[in-house]
Design a protein around this ligand. Structure first.
Ligand SMILES: [Cu+2]
Length: 209
């Protein structure tokens, strides 16, 4: 019995160290912010051995926002039947994959943390982002602008959104202030219409712009 009590107290102690906190990110109109990235600064995760994928479908990067860990590799298949020319000038990784078709493309390794902005030399409207975490827990908001993270009050999070007023290579920092649920409201640039968002989330984006 004594051991059981000790084990029970131990379990309570563990549960108090962190909880599942649900963050909801909204903009100035209280609309959910989709494809924002939340990084838990004081966390430690290993780099997955899996190769992440940044597809190109109907002249859009899919997903528009990809989260990976430092030293993870990404492949850039072209699912269109015409050529793309993917490039980035961003500091964490400047690279290009010259005019190509097909899906068998050697992956690119991203060995520094930060934000990589992707473009295509042929299609100016193509834009995508790879957010490279520094082996910290990292997750992208869903259609409700929500993430659930293993955090506790006082933890620091870095938040990225394509819509941040400071620019797409910046992050904003916030403190966790709740053990259960917290809403972060931001002044942001207008939401961007993409077919990816329309497909998955038509109602949330339907009437504002
Ligand atoms: Cu292109």
């Amino acid at each position: 019995m004594r051991y059981l009590i000790a084990a029970f107290i131990g379990l309570l102690t563990i549960q108090q160290t962190w909880a599942e906190v649900t963050l909801t990110i909204v903009d100035q109109d209280n609309k959910p912010v989709i494809d924002a990235v939340v990084i838990l600064s004081d966390s430690s995760v290993e780099t997955p051995s899996t190769i992440a994928k940044m597809d190109q479908i109907k002249s859009e990067f899919v997903p528009r926002v990809l989260t990976i860990q430092k030293n993870q590799s990404v492949t850039f298949p072209n699912s269109d039947d015409f050529r793309h020319h993917v490039y980035s000038f961003s500091i964490p990784k400047a690279f290009e994959i010259k005019l190509y078709k097909g899906r068998e493309i050697p992956p690119v390794k991203f060995d520094a943390p930060g934000v990589v902005v992707l473009g295509c030399n042929i299609h100016d409207s193509m834009i995508g982002y790879i957010i490279i975490a520094d082996n910290n827990f990292s997750v992208k908001t869903d259609r409700n602008g929500q993430v659930t993270i293993p955090a506790k009050v006082g933890d620091d999070i870095a938040l990225w959104s394509e819509r941040l007023l400071d620019g797409v290579t910046e992050m904003q920092h916030f403190d966790i202030t709740s053990d259960t649920a917290q809403t972060i409201k931001l002044d942001l640039l207008p939401a961007i219409e993409t077919s990816e968002h329309e497909h998955h989330n038509h109602t949330a984006y339907s009437s504002n712009y």
